[in-house]
Each structure stands twice: as C-alpha cells, then as structure tokens.
Design a protein around this ligand. Structure first.
Ligand code: PLP
Length: 425
C-alpha cells in the first residue's frame, strides 16, 4: 500500500460482518474464562488485553496504522507528545545515563530533558544541529544511551540532518530518536535515513483538527539491542519487575522496545491515550496525506507572498529556495515540509502586535499544525516575561511571528494577511 492508502486502510482489517470503522473499546477491563488464561497475558505468553492502563484494542489499531505509515515494526499511543518523548528517552536511559540532544528542539521537550529528566539523574548534552563533526563527537560520553532531534524544529524550522546524526549515534552503539511531528510520515520517514525510534505529538497534523491531545512512539525494529547489551541492560537482562522477562530475547529487535515501554513504563506511569481520543486520531489520520499536501501548497504560497511584502523583514520556511535549509529539505522532504512559517514584521514587537490584532481568518492560538490557520507572537504571549535582549539570546526574535498555515482557501489567508499588514505603519 502507498502512504495515501495506508492512511485509510492500515492498522485495522475488518473481517466478515465486522464494523467498517475501528471500534471504540470503551472498557477499562477485559473478561477471561480462567485465571490461567489471564495468567498467560501477565506472563506475556499470549497476546491480549487485561487493563486499559497498559493497552487497549482501539489504541493498538491506530498505533499499527502509524507504524505502517512510518515503516516501523511496532508502535504505541501515549496521552500526549510530551509523554511520547519522555517514554522514548526513559525507556533507554536511567539515572546516571546521558543523552545527546539537538539544542533547537521544541521548548516543552527541552524543558522535559533539561529540568525534569535531569532531576531524575539523567544528563543531557545539547548540540547545535549544525555543529561541526568534532563538536558532535565531543558530545558523546561512555554513558550516552541515545541521540535525539526533531525533523523540523518547532519553531526554529531547522531541518535536522537525520542521516548524519544516525551515523554518529550508531558509531557510538546507540539509537537515534527523531520527533517527526512537523513533517509527519507523509513528508519524511526518518527510518529510511537511519533513525531507530520515531516519536510524534499526534496533537498536531495527525489529529489535525484541534480535537485531541496525544502522542505516539514507533520502533523501526532495526536496532540490535543484544549487540550493545552492556549499554541497554533494561532490554537485554531479565526484568525482575516483569516475571524475569528479557525483552530483547523474547520479542527480538522488532518488538523489544515497545513491549518494554508498555509492560514497564505504561504499567507504572499510566500515560495512555483514551480510546475515544484514539478514535478521533484515526479520523485525522485518514485525511493526513491530502491535508499535508494542502498545508504545504498553501504555506509555500504564503511564504512567497511574505517574502515579497514590504512590511516583512525576514521569512523562514524550508520550502523557500533562498532558505538556509532548502537543500536539506529537498533531500529529506522532496514533496513538502510542513505548514509552519516564521517571519518578522518591520517595526519589531509593536508592529507584530498591531498586525496580529487585525487578523480575521488566522486565529491567535498557542497551537500549531492543524487545519485552522493560526498565529502566535511569542514575545507578547508565551515569552512575554522576557526582555528583547533575553528573547534574542533564547533564539526568539522580538518581532518573530509563527504562522501555522491551515487548509482554508489560500486566497482568503493571503487577503487576511494583506489587510492586517496594511495597518502596520
Ligand atoms: C515537535 C513537538 N514535539 C512534542 C510536542 C509536545 O506534544 P504535546 O503538546 O502533544 O504534549 C510538541 C508540542 O507542541 C511539538 O511541537
């Protein structure tokens, strides 16, 4: 199946007389005839469901669809993108371990790593995604357990050199985790470039309609855990908290990572996606391919318009020929990148605020990457406590406007931008 068909058909195959749509299994509990039947599930001897804190059939249909879209061997849904990135990292690293991460990742992930996971005893080295080979090499330590980056960084729109970072990670015997939220598997499939684990905030394009918060982790099934057994004892030695199972032995490279994350992390931390949300996510996934195409077409036109408008001082969009990341985007995402653009309004913070006040089609929202065009001025909202100097030091220019181009008629978006910009003096 091609990607467009997988969006509709993968993950759930109805049999004779079954419902065409994935059933919403709105049940915490599952019934068994004997304790022995249930015991086999607990021992992971048989596959099935016993409690929705760990697994639910609706979630698994949707996770299987995302695994198919990414070309992975196994996947799981989580309650949010934050939970997905936390589980992906924590499934590999424990107190005393270390992770190399790109410095331009989404602020929420940066905070999760730099503050919360540090408090758990996990160390991080953040590297500029465009650092030299020497700098990248120097970031690795003997206790490094993973490398982490975002396909297209939110909001910096830096395109991550997946192949380069995968080679560096593998040279040190560790997997590369890539947050593929902005590109989606329609535009980029990180496993084809050597990534080992992919994460998503499904809240963004996958859901696509501002309806549900969610996350997903997909395993490529290619990382050889046993070949690096000393680095990953959690996967390669018996889990005493789970009947002495050695995940890599019992489930192989294809199943070990997701089984451990489910049996151990989901069991103990319980950040599962509600089955009803998984159902809504599936509706979003069905139209993901057509929506991504439209997002990219619209964003390209909007970026080209902004580039030529006299009120605009700069535009960043990897689909623009003059963009710093154009060539890299052509390599990894030849069919389009995403619908998010950032730009500056001449006149700085005040001009940006004035412009946004007059927008009618584009709504002011902290969210990005869904059907509705939305806009955010970080300096006057999410980052309003910071001075201009502090903003610049943090990589967020005071005039930076983040525009998430939706799938409305592009002429309405352009008209709206034009009329709002006419108020900027
Ligand atoms: C690239 C990226 N990863 C992860 C997240 C976190 O996802 P969520 O908000 O679903 O927890 C976000 C949220 O904006 C994001 O943009």
């Amino acid at each position: 199946m091609r990607q467009e068909t997988k969006c509709i058909q993968a993950g759930y195959e109805p049999h004779n007389g079954d419902p065409r749509m994935i059933p919403i299994v709105q049940s915490t509990t599952f019934k068994y005839d004997t304790s022995e039947d249930m015991g086999k599930l607990f021992d992971l001897e048989a596959s099935g469901y016993f409690y929705t804190r760990l697994q639910n059939p609706t979630n698994d249909y949707v996770a299987a669809k995302i695994a198919a879209l990414e070309g992975g061997s196994a996947a799981m849904l989580t309650s949010s993108g934050q939970a997905a990135n936390f589980y992906a990292a924590f499934n590999l690293a424990s107190a005393g371990d270390h992770i190399v991460a790109s410095s331009t990742i989404y602020g929420g992930t940066f905070n999760l790593f730099n503050v919360t996971m540090r408090r758990m005893g996990i160390d991080f080295t953040f590297v500029d995604p465009d650092c030299s080979d020497e700098e990248l090499e120097a970031a690795f330590k003997p206790n490094t357990k993973a490398v982490f980056g975002e396909t297209i960084a939110n909001p910096a729109l830096i395109v991550f050199d997946i192949e380069r970072f995968a080679n560096a990670a593998h040279a040190h015997g560790v997997p590369l985790i890539v947050d593929n939220t902005f590109a989606t598997p329609i535009n980029c499939r990180p496993f084809e470039w050597g990534a080992d684990i992919v994460t998503h905030s499904t809240t963004k394009y996958m859901d696509g309609h501002d309806a549900t918060v969610g996350g997903c982790i997909v395993d490529s099934g290619k990382f050889d855990w046993m070949a690096h057994a000393d680095k990953f004892p959690g996967l390669t030695t018996p889990d005493e908290s789970y009947h002495g199972i050695t995940y890599a032995e019992k489930f192989g490279n294809e199943g070990a990572f997701i089984t451990k994350a489910t049996a151990q992390l989901m069991r103990d931390l319980g950040s599962i996606q509600a089955p009803m949300n998984a159902y809504f996510l599936n509706l979003g996934l069905e139209s993901l391919a057509v929506r991504m195409q439209r997002h990219c077409e619209n964003a390209q036109k909007v970026a080209e318009f902004l580039e030529s408008d006299e009120h605009i001082s700069w535009v960043t969009y990897p689909g623009l020929k003059g963009d710093k990341y154009y060539e890299r985007a052509q390599k990894y995402m030849p069919n389009g990148t995403c619908g998010v653009i950032s730009f500056g309004v001449k006149g700085g913070r005040k001009a940006a605020e004035e412009f946004m006040k007059h927008l009618k089609v584009a709504i002011i929202a902290t969210h990005v990457a869904d059907a509705h065009t939305c806009v955010l001025h970080p300096a006057s909202s999410t980052h309003r406590q910071m001075s201009d100097e502090e903003l610049i030091a943090g990589g967020v220019a005071p005039d930076l406007v983040r525009l998430s181009v939706g799938i409305e008629n592009v002429d309405d978006i352009l008209d709206d931008l034009r009329q709002a910009l006419s108020f900027v003096k």
